[in-house]
Design a protein around this ligand. Structure first.
Ligand code: TYM
Length: 333
């Protein structure tokens, strides 16, 4: 087992999709055998959009079930729900004293959310990166497997860690966004517009809970054209996206064969889409079925949540005690 501590989380908002899988969860599963890992469902983060209580609860169970269905082993990793670890919001409060309004307002995700939900620009949205930093630093996390969209948040986590260390003495490592030494992943949406997302682009995002029919329908609707007219042409973005998805779910020989057809101007996008849809279905349907079984087994989920809470708090309380002591808020010893 390597020594670097791994921490990452997924918000319990909406349904998980191929972007979440290939951007984050695939690496969780790979890392669980090599590193000490802490993975969690970020339910506090989902409160920024004020979900209804019954929906929130259901989503937390579902995301936990999806994590396990994708291959996480709760015996190997510490898997918990963020709100089960009260040390996280305490560290969040402390880090907020080191985070400045100007830098928080400049964060790309804040600007985007403020644009999309102008009636609900709450302080939780503004301080989203400090809560994320608390999530990571509470276990002294060093490697954070995430998709490309989280890169800026990780940069801020490093700044907050550095600032704490500078003021109070060496306490936190500076966490890195991790993808086994390669570029962070961004899974595009099927319409060629932006990325797959839990809340936007729903018809162009493939969810892990989509039925076979839904997958087929969405892939068929993906943007394409008449095909190239010149051999070895440059692929348009939206065709490149289809090939990018194919590389993730299809056999290399399949990708090679369609690439050859493209280069020779003999490609039929209807065939490519049919193959892609079938390969996505092959990939997703076992995850979907497993999720349903786990999601309905509440006693099992409660058991593993308690286990995760206990292991998570053990590590979190050690870090928080150290941080409190460094700051001088340890009055009884
Ligand atoms: P969330 O819930 O939006 O997404 C979970 C993970 O999926 C990745 N992801 C993608 N990767 C590639 N392509 C896409 N289209 C795509 N969409 C999503 C995200 O990068 C993420 O890794 N703020 C985080 C949750 C969080 C967290 C943390 C993560 C809270 N605290 C501490 C790491 C460490 C979020 O909203 O992710």
């Amino acid at each position: 087992m390597k020594k670097e501590i791994v921490v990452s989380g997924i918000r319990s908002t909406g349904n998980l999709h191929l972007g979440n899988y290939f951007g984050a969860m695939k690496n969780y599963v790979k890392m669980q055998d090599e590193y000490p890992c802490y993975f969690f469902v970020a339910d506090y983060h989902s409160l920024t959009t004020h979900p209804d209580p019954a929906g929130l609860k259901k989503n937390v169970y579902k995301v936990l079930a999806e994590n396990i269905a994708c291959g996480l082993d709760p015996e190997k990793v510490t898997l918990y729900v963020q709100s089960d670890i009260p040390e996280i919001p305490e560290l969040y409060l402390i880090l907020n004293m080191l985070a400045y309004k100007g830098e928080l307002e400049k964060t790309a995700s804040f600007k985007e959310k403020a644009r999309n939900q102008p009636d609900n620009v709450n302080a939780g949205l503004l301080t989203y990166p400090t809560l994320m930093s608390a999530d990571i630093l509470i276990h002294k996390g060093q490697y954070v497997p995430v998709g490309k969209d989280q890169e800026q948040h990780l940069e801020m986590s490093r700044n907050f860690a550095q600032r704490f260390n500078h003021r109070y003495g060496d306490t936190f490592p500076e966490p890195l966004a991790f993808n086994f030494g390669t570029e962070l992943v961004k899974i595009p949406s099927l319409d060629g517009n932006g990325k797959m997302s839990k809340s936007e682009n729903e018809n162009a995002t493939i969810y892990l809970c989509d039925s076979d029919e839904q997958i087929l329908k969405k892939v068929k609707k993906a943007k394409s054209d008449q095909g190239p007219t010149e051999p070895n042409s440059q692929m348009p973005d939206y065709i490149e996206n289809l090939f990018a998805l194919m590389k993730l779910v299809s056999k290399p020989a399949t990708v090679d064969s369609f690439t050859k057809d493209f280069n020779e101007c003999s490609i039929r996008y209807g065939d490519l889409k049919m193959q892609l849809a079938n390969d996505i279905i092959q990939f997703i349907s076992p995850i979907r079925e497993k999720t349903i079984a786990i999601q309905n087994d509440l006693p099992y989920l409660h058991k593993l949540m308690r286990m995760g809470k206990e292991k998570g708090r053990e590590s979190a309380s050690k870090t928080l005690d150290e941080a409190r002591k460094k700051i001088g808020i340890n009055f009884y010893c």
